[in-house]
Design a protein around this ligand. Structure first.
Ligand code: RIB
Ligand code: CA
Length: 301
């Protein structure tokens, strides 16, 4: 799981770490919502809170490949995990760089052995693919939170944050031809942390449910500050929800390209549906089923 926690990355990590159906081998972190030092601390905080300190965390790239860095504290808080009280986790970061770990692990893997979930700027994945293109054979599928088409952007009128934060990395990943399920704003904006959904999680009365509620309520408070009355979209959690319950989503085969030229469309994703392709662009989700899944994960935790 490659991520930039981030409030919604934290919700995604909770879902993954609490689901025994998923064999989470490692978490790799990247600069994105907040600087790398914080995303790397926050990932380990979530592992500790979820009683999953068995999962190693590797810090990756401290910034994008080429463009000037951008962050998103407005939507995640200065800590990156608004709603939680940050602490120095008991388990330290792994000594290896995330990109080295990806190359070493994928290089020793069987064909299509791994699924990579990527919920931040794609810098680590792109760097690994450039350094050792042969690792693509070991990646059965990418599950990406990235991009926007019909919905328009969330950081510019045309660009979604993860792609805008490192468009060159996104272009390398999409151009690799590795099969990918793409959770763009087109679908994540249709699944929001509405109050009745949060109330059902509150009723579970468990420590882990209360952590989830604190994250969702903090995300809503920040979203509402910038987008009057709107509740927080479930961007990154959509990736793990797809892994656990693909039947609640609809997809269309596409070939996604990324605008890397400077200008108004910098960072825009362009899914071409005319000839299909390796990218399954997710077009719809059942939001109630989505939150029912989160409820079941927390009930079983
Ligand atoms: O545009 C939404 C994406 O940007 C999410 O991954 C969120 O965590 C931020 O990184
Ligand atoms: Ca993210």
């Amino acid at each position: 799981m490659d991520c930039d926690p981030g409030v919604d990355d934290a919700v995604m990590l909770m879902m993954a770490l609490l689901s025994p159906q998923l064999d989470v081998r490692a978490i790799t972190t990247v600069a994105g919502n907040v600087p790398l030092s914080l995303t790397s601390r926050n990932a380990r905080i979530l592992c500790q809170l979820m009683d999953r300190m068995d999962v190693p965390v590797f810090a990756g790239c401290p910034g994008p490949m080429l463009r000037t860095p951008v962050t998103a504290e407005d939507f995640h808080g200065d800590s990156g995990i608004a709603g939680l009280d940050p602490f120095e986790p008991d388990r330290p970061l792994e000594p290896a760089h995330a990109v080295s770990h990806l190359i070493k692990t994928l290089g020793a893997a069987k064909p299509q052995e791994y699924i990579l979930v990527v919920t931040g700027p794609m810098t680590n994945i792109a760097a690994a693919l450039v350094l050792d293109p042969s690792i693509a054979a070991s990646i059965g599928r990418l599950v990406l939170m990235a991009g926007a088409d019909s919905e328009g952007g969330n950081i510019t009128p045309t660009a979604e944050f993860n792609v805008f934060a490192d468009p060159h990395a996104a272009a390398i990943v999409f151009n690799s031809g590795i099969p990918a399920t793409v959770m763009s704003l087109d679908v994540t904006h249709t699944v929001r942390a509405e109050l009745p959904r949060i109330d059902r999680l509150k009723a579970l009365k468990s420590e882990k449910a209360s952590i989830m509620v604190r994250l969702l309520e903090a995300g809503n408070a920040l979203e509402g500050r910038w987008k009057e009355g709107r509740k927080s979209p479930m961007h990154d959690p959509s990736t793990v929800a797809w892994l656990l319950a693909p039947h609640i989503f609809e997809t269309r085969a596409a070939t996604v390209s990324v605008v890397t030229d400077a200008g108004d469309r910098f960072g825009q994703t362009c899914p071409d549906f005319s000839a299909g392709g390796p990218h399954d662009w997710v077009t719809a989700a059942d939001a109630d089923e989505f939150f029912g899944l989160i409820e079941r994960i927390l009930e079983a935790a």
